[in-house]
Ligand binder design. Structure first.
Ligand code: 3HC
Length: 319
């Protein structure tokens, strides 16, 4: 018994040394159980966010204002499904199954990004999701693309390339609406006012209230803290909003000349906690839609399994 725990201690020492050297950890490498669990938690939550994130935008495919916009939105929503697939595959390398992850999501036990529990009420929201939501995701994920776990890091590199394109198409929708005149600009402002605070919440609680950050930073899964990334987003986005002459819905917003950074008022953490714990404006609707999609897709999964089984028997009899 003592020998076993000494062995684990030495493996853990070697693991920590590899992390300190900036090495990448691969699926077959030894890793502490807590490292594995943190990764499964993080990557599965991220995968669920991509899949649930298809719903608020999917809501506008039939109402896109032109064929060109419809095609772009369709392609974007398909990209999000693809991101979900890369991420579920990446989590599977850690010994969890896709079925287990889906079950946790459908039973309401798994989290996904808070932002997707808000409704999409106007066409401007499609621009806002690209500009703000994908913009926030890019800031978080380009940093994490250098994380210590190989399969997640590689998935993020590809995801970020596509997200950059999504962000540009979102900004183009906003620029077009603003250029269209007073009505278009008002639509953008209304959408911006609704999305500003929920987007800041995407980065998670303050560092001092983030229970997972210490482990995640120690193991170089996270390379920057929640507050650092949020601040980077604020500094970039406030300048863009001002360039578009949008009003930022924050009376306390001010520029700090010393830090050369924008200071905001406080996020409504009560609202954040309600949303991540199942009581946001659309939590119920999103999970219901996801469960229905899963149930309706059962015949496809059954057919794929039957085909696989048929191939297996065919290969067996040929061998
Ligand atoms: N939404 C939902 N839950 C959140 C959250 C948010 N915005 N922010 C924090 N939480 C949850 C955490 O998951 C954690 O819950 P748990 O312990 O039950 O899992 C709890 O609140 C405490 O937060 P921590 O700061 O301790 O959690 P993390 O260290 O995991 O940091 C995070 C939170 C910064 C969001 C981190 O999980 C992260 O970087 N995730 C990877 C990226 C990701 O998931 N992005 C989704 C964005 S949407 C997207 O990419 C779709 C695209 O199409 C735009």
């Amino acid at each position: 018994m003592i020998e076993k725990s000494e062995n684990i201690a030495s493996l853990e020492e070697q693991f920590n040394q590899r992390i300190a050297n900036g090495e990448t950890i691969e699926p077959n490498d030894w890793m502490p159980e807590k490292y594995r669990k943190q990764l499964v938690r993080l990557i599965s939550q991220h995968a669920h966010s991509e899949i649930i994130g298809m719903l608020p935008e999917g809501n506008w495919i039939t109402r896109a204002p032109s064929l060109r916009r419809k095609l772009a939105l369709l392609a974007k929503v398909q990209d999000e499904a693809g991101h979900g697939h890369y991420l579920y595959s990446s989590a599977e390398t850690l010994g969890t199954s896709r079925e287990e992850m889906f079950d946790q999501l459908h039973e309401g036990k798994a989290k996904y990004s808070s932002i997707f529990n808000y409704p999409t009420l106007s066409w401007a929201d499609m621009g806002m999701i690209g500009w703000l939501v994908d913009g926030a995701a890019i800031i978080n994920q380009t940093t994490m693309a250098k994380c210590s776990y190989g399969p997640y890091s590689r998935a993020l590199i590809r995801i970020c390339k596509e997200e950059n394109f999504h962000k540009k198409q979102g900004m183009e929708i906003i620029a077009t609406l603003i250029a269209s005149g007073e009505k278009g600009k008002a639509m953008v402002q209304e959408s911006f006012t609704r999305f500003w605070w929920p987007t800041l919440m995407m980065f998670g609680p303050h560092d001092s209230n983030s229970p997972n950050s210490a482990d995640m930073m120690k193991w170089k899964i996270k390379l920057k803290s929640n507050d650092e990334l949020r601040q980077r987003f604020i500094d970039m986005t406030v300048d863009q909003a001002l360039a578009w002459e949008l009003r930022i819905p924050d009376d306390k917003l001010k520029f700090n000349e010393t830090t050369r950074s924008w200071e905001t008022g406080e996020i409504d953490w009560e609202e954040f906690n309600a949303v991540i714990n199942g009581s946001g404006p659309c939590n119920h609707e999103r999970l219901e839609a996801r469960r229905n999609a899963h149930d309706n897709g059962k015949w496809v999964r059954d057919a794929a399994r039957a085909f696989e089984e048929k191939q297996r028997l065919k290969n067996k009899s040929a061998a």
